[in-house]
Design a protein around this ligand. Structure first.
Ligand SMILES: [Zn+2]
Length: 316
């Protein structure tokens, strides 16, 4: 983008380097401190501030824009240098930063002008990614927080008003980071069951994988059965000889069906016993579930249990 400022900006580093009147300039360049937030967490940008790289510099600049309620347009944005100017009408504030000789560290070389602009309420600098970064801990601790709830936090904490769509995208991004992607979840399943067995000895975990259709492709998840040892011990020692079974359809990308077995404890409360994830509710998968369940019931008690179900047609 060619702008009115280009002629000036293109030479900003050169102007800095050829400014012979200021002899102490280079000393200060190397005497710069690595930028840190103020004790109250606010952002102040000063000449000579250093950043570990350009990305860190841009992150701090974005925080500064939101804090000050300004939006800055870049005049130069290259791997080696960055010049930005406040977009406010008649505002002359600008910043220029560039790479240091080590080729990685970024340093603020000049800050000029003063803000004379009005504060932006819906600041474009506060993108959904920025909101996700700032509110990550809050949404992770309270994943059911509403868009309205997040909006209130943005207003109180950052004096910021964002539309519902941006907030929703931020929330989806955070939840995606917290829960991981479904595909990644499947790849971790084998390790997860091994860890369950190691940390909960006596637990029963079976996973069936379908053989890959050709070489070089990973096996495909088929179904799994899980019974934690605490559930097994609790059921065998304190529950009635009664097992309720049911299946429910799973929502999400990969669908599937959750099969569950519940016991009834001495106070007539439900007691979780085991569960299974299968693709569909059919005879084969129910047979798999019951044969897995059989493995956790003591032989001497076999035949003494009563089962209850919704008489799903696959049983008949
Ligand atoms: Zn300004």
């Amino acid at each position: 983008m060619i702008s009115d400022y280009d002629d000036f900006v293109m030479d900003e580093d050169e102007i800095f380097e050829s400014d012979s009147e200021d002899d102490d300039k280079w000393e200060r360049v190397y005497d710069g401190r690595f930028w840190e937030p103020e004790p109250d967490g606010s952002v102040t940008l000063r000449q000579w501030d250093m950043f570990i790289d350009k990305a860190s510099f841009l992150d701090v600049v974005r925080d500064y824009m939101v804090q000050e309620g300004i939006y800055m347009r870049y005049l130069k944005n290259e791997p080696t240098r960055y010049t930005g100017k406040c977009e406010g009408k008649s505002c002359d504030w600008r910043i220029h930063a560039s790479l240091m000789p080590d080729g990685v560290t970024f340093q603020v070389k000049t800050i000029k002008g003063k803000h004379s602009c009005k504060r932006l309420l819906d600041n474009p600098a506060a993108t959904y990614s920025w909101i996700a970064r700032k509110l990550f801990d809050i949404v992770r601790a309270e994943p059911n927080i509403s868009v309205k709830g997040i909006s209130k936090i943005l207003m109180t904490k950052y004096n910021l008003h964002k539309n519902a769509n941006t907030i929703w995208r931020a929330k989806v991004k955070i939840l995606g980071l917290v829960k991981g992607k479904h595909e990644e979840g499947f790849t971790l399943l084998a390790k997860y069951t091994e860890m369950i067995k190691a940390s909960n000895p006596g637990s029963t975990c079976f996973i069936k994988w379908n053989e890959p259709i050709c070489e070089g492709i990973r096996p495909v998840f088929c179904r799994m059965f899980m019974c934690f040892n605490a559930c097994k011990e609790g059921f065998l020692s304190g529950c009635r000889r009664f097992i309720g079974v049911d299946g429910t359809h799973l929502k999400g990308v990969y669908k599937g069906v959750l099969l569950t077995a519940m016991g009834i404890d001495a106070q007539n409360h439900c007691f979780p016993l085991a569960y299974s994830i299968v693709a569909v509710e059919n005879k084969e998968n129910w047979a798999y579930f019951f044969s897995s369940l059989r493995a956790i019931i003591r032989d001497d008690l076999a035949g003494q249990y009563t089962f209850i179900s919704d008489r799903c047609k696959v049983f008949l």
